[in-house]
Each structure stands twice: as C-alpha cells, then as structure tokens.
Design a protein around this ligand. Sequence first.
Ligand SMILES: Nc1ncnc2c1ncn2[C@@H]1O[C@H](COP(=O)(O)OP(=O)(O)OP(=O)(O)O)[C@@H](O)[C@H]1O
Length: 408
Amino acid sequence: MLSAEDISVSLGGTQILSDVSLTAECGDVVGLVGPNGAGKTTTLRLLRATLSPDSGTVRVAGDPIDGLSSKQVSQRVASTPQATELSFEFTVRQAVEMGRTPHLGRFERADSGDREVVAAAMERVDVARFADRPVTSLSGGERQRVLLARALAQETPVLLLDEPTSNLDINHAVNTLELVADLAREGKTAVAAIHDLNLAARYCDELVLLAGGEVRAAGPPREVLTTPTLRDAFDAETLVTGQPATDAPLVTALADRDPLDRTVHVVGTGGQAAGALTRLVAVGATVSVGVVPTGDAAAERARDLDCEAVTVPPFAGVDGNSVSRATELARAADAVVVAGDVGDANESVVAAARRLVAVDGEGVPAIDSPRTIVATVDELPAAVAGVATRNGGPDAERRVESSKQQDR
Ligand SMILES: Nc1ncnc2c1ncn2[C@@H]1O[C@H](COP(=O)(O)OP(=O)(O)OP(=O)(O)O)[C@@H](O)[C@H]1O
C-alpha cells in the first residue's frame, strides 16, 4: 500500500504541489490525470523518494519513505520514467537486468534465478525478441516497454508509471494497461500518470485529478470524469458519455471555446436536440433545455454537459410547474432553439421566445414564423449570434442604451 498525506513541494521558488493526498491500496491501479504541468510527474517523484516534500508524508506499506534507505525504497517501489531515453549502449537484456540490482549485494552477480526473472519480465511485455539488440536501436515505444520490463524485473509490490502508453500504438497501449491491471489483480499496487482520459477511465480503479498542483477530484473514474470537474481542471468543454465496450466513462473533448456569450434555451427532443445542445455548449453558450421527458436523448445529453434540463417523467404529461420554468428560461434566453419534435406541450415555451432559431429538420414547419430563422446544427452558433444581435439582442440593446445616453 502506498499513500501520500498532504504533500507540498516548491521547486525553484514556485509552489508545485499543495497538500496532495492519495492512497493506493494493494490490487489498485490509481491513475494520475490532469493537464500539462499539473504536477503528475512531480507527485510520482515524491512517491519514489527522488524528491522530498517540504511538508507531508509518503508511506509505503505503512512506513514513512524518508526513513528507508534508497535500496529499501527500490526493493519496494519500481518506476518507469516518462523519458524513454536510455543513453548507454546496453542490450535490452542488460537494461532489464538492471532491475535486479536492488536484490543483489554490492559485487554479487546475477544468478540463474535472476536470469529467469529477467526472461519472464521480457516475455511479459513482449520485448524478448529484442533481447540482444542495443536499446538505442529500438523505437520509442519499444524502449518504453523495455523500461516496463526493467520495472517488472525489480519485483516490487509498488509500480509507478509515468505515461506508460504515451509512445505506444493502440494495441501495445491496451496490452500494457491490461498487464498493469493483471499485475494489480496479482496484488501489486500501481500508480500511473496517464494523459489519455479514456484509457485511464478504462483501466484505473481510482483516479486522482490534479490541476495547478492541487487535487481537484479523486475517486472512481465515473465520479472524477465529469463535465464540471474537467472544465475546472482543463478549462475545456467535454462531453462525457459511456465507452461502448466497457462501462467506463468516455470523454470527448469539444472544440476550443470561441465564447458565444449568449444564453440559449433549447426546445425539442431526441438526437437533434441533443446535437444542438452539444454544439452550443462547445462554443461556450449557456444552454438549458425543456420541457423534455426524462431519459430522452436531449435530457441525457444535458446531464452529461451539466446544463439545466426541465424534465417530466415519460408519458406523465406536462405539469404546470415544468412549463412555467421552461417558459421562464425561454423568455430570459437570448435565443430559443427548436430542434426535433417539440410537442404541443411546449407551445407556450416556444411562444415566449424573443428570437427563434429552428434546426433544419422535421420539426421546422410546425413553428415556422417570420421570427424564425432556420439553420443546420453546424450553423447554430452563427445563427444564434446573428439573431441575438441583428434582431435586437443584447448587443443591439446595449447599442440602443448607449445611444440613448448620448442623446441625453
Ligand atoms: N525543477 C523545477 N523548477 C521549477 N519548476 C519545475 C521544476 N520541475 C517541474 N517544475 C514545474 O512544475 C510543474 C509541474 O510539473 P510536472 O512535470 O509535475 O507536471 P505534469 O503534470 O507531469 O505535466 P505533463 O503532463 O506536461 O508531463 C510544471 O509547471 C513544471 O514546469
């Protein structure tokens, strides 16, 4: 078991980590995720005692790591570095044999038992066929696997992996993380910094989301990888759904926000309304939806995107409170977007709109009116921006207000 309790560290006069705590039990794969510069590598350095915290404690199997000799640490913790540089002309076998060093006396030579461990480690990460080649002749991904074999040969209860899949093709990436998961099932504790949130979600039991040197969220992937926490940590808009082959969350990063500083209420159901929501959130609009039946694609998408949804149970009919709330949102919005099947129950919600944009599709004729412009989902941001200024939206209102002031 490995833990960090409230570790803080400064480097070169800058605070890099502040009160970071995490626990990795035997059998756990814990993923460190977060944006570039969040402090993942620094956390791993503290966990393997190549850096000492200014405050806080790292413990391995209950013992404070700063009380252990470097040999004792390397008997308990093996790590694969982020850089795949192995600068000397060692063969793959020699590089993996280095993993046995913590188990040997100062001038002791490796025996047949050590050689078996080395052979098994090379086999397990699929580098045995390169055993006699110089490490420098391998590709980046192959070297990365050699480093993992070296860590396995070290036979430690704890494995620390810094970006173990960054240079790997999809097949080797998945196989490497399957191997890490197997090792955990065999009783090891693994902590891995992983950039790919979807691989992290699939293979880690717990995630620790770091940003700005702080833990922003920690727990099972489903609890950590949510649109609000990812927005907070990465300053990015994401859509979180489910991975088809597993029950892990699937994170899709949406295009960079080109902030559409508008509030938009979406009326409609199904995939078309869900698509409209996604498109509008992607460009930074503040979006709500409703009235929509619970479980409808638009309601689900709103939940994934952390947007307000006015929902009613399916087949229950629409109640007055829901209609009032949706009408209130529609009236306050800079624009109302209608998409997909709007339903009679939403008539008064649509009627409350100051400016309407209809998503090109089946629902359009029903709400056709002179105040409506029709746009495809892709054109929605431009259409919303257009109606909200051209037809007297907030910008126009501001312009009117300032010209009134000038007149005074
Ligand atoms: N020796 C140092 N002196 C000053 N700042 C440092 C030093 N080492 C690291 N940093 C800074 O600490 C911050 C955290 O770095 P770290 O490598 O831990 O981030 P990371 O989350 O692993 O990032 P990445 O995903 O880009 O690998 C970065 O802003 C980095 O520039």
